[in-house]
Design a protein around this ligand. Structure first.
Ligand SMILES: [Fe+2]
Ligand SMILES: [Fe+2]
Length: 224
């Protein structure tokens, strides 16, 4: 898919999204702005290391909640961004709590902070102090994180044999898909559509290259 093909529609509740319901991995992947699909081998690895995957997943949810709040802090004069970012943070805290509840119930340890080369490398691409591009890039970074998370959950669902975690990821995948679309839309406010797509293309290519270079790991942003 090219960035120029990203088309959102207005739902009856006023939110924006894709016209189709969540479907198979291939259908969902085709709608995501990703240029490198996760191999099934990663999903098999993550499914066979569920305690490690979920511990890492919990931290991802926690960190994206904190990122949402940090965005609100960077741009206090942007009322729409503050509201959307705060709502996102609240939703991600709920995701965090759901993952933690499963870990706790099963007696699996919560991992806490750990190195995430994928996320750190992506975030390092944001250059502070170069507005308006810094703001656009902060939002496009969020879009990439959410899109890859949606893709990972969808991939994992293909091989998972655990009803409770399946239920969790089936809920979270569509939420993260909605989030990437929200970030992308916020980034594009007041901006030429083609310029936004061109800027995003740089992120998409960088992310795909990064994804290709990652080592094998059952973490959310590890590879297989
Ligand atoms: Fe989430
Ligand atoms: Fe999200």
């Amino acid at each position: 898919m090219s960035a120029g093909m990203i088309r959102l529609v207005k739902h009856p509740d006023g939110s924006e999204g894709h016209p189709t319901d969540p479907g198979s991995y291939d259908e969902i992947y085709a709608e995501l702005p990703l240029l490198h699909p996760t191999p099934r081998s990663w999903a098999e690895l993550a499914a066979s290391h569920l305690p490690e995957f979920l511990a890492d997943h919990a931290v991802c949810e926690q960190q994206v909640a904190m990122y949402g709040l940090s965005l609100a802090g960077y741009y206090p004069d942007d009322a729409e961004l503050v509201e959307r970012a705060a709502a996102l943070a609240a939703e991600e805290v709920q995701h965090f709590r759901r993952v933690v509840a499963i870990l706790t119930k099963r007696g699996w340890p919560l991992g806490g902070r750990r190195k995430n080369v994928w996320a750190q490398s992506l975030r390092a691409r944001i250059v502070p102090g170069r507005e308006p591009w810094t703001k656009v890039d902060r939002l496009l970074f969020g879009a990439m994180v959410e899109a890859r998370s949606c893709e990972r959950f969808t991939r994992l669902l293909e091989v998972l044999d655990d009803p409770e975690v399946t239920h969790l990821l089936a809920d979270l995948g569509p939420a993260e898909r909605r989030h990437w679309e929200m970030f992308y839309r916020l980034a594009g406010r007041g901006m030429d559509e083609k310029a936004l797509a061109a800027r995003f293309q740089g992120w998409r290519e960088f992310e795909a290259e990064l994804a290709r270079s990652l080592g094998t790991s059952p973490a959310v942003h590890g590879w297989g």
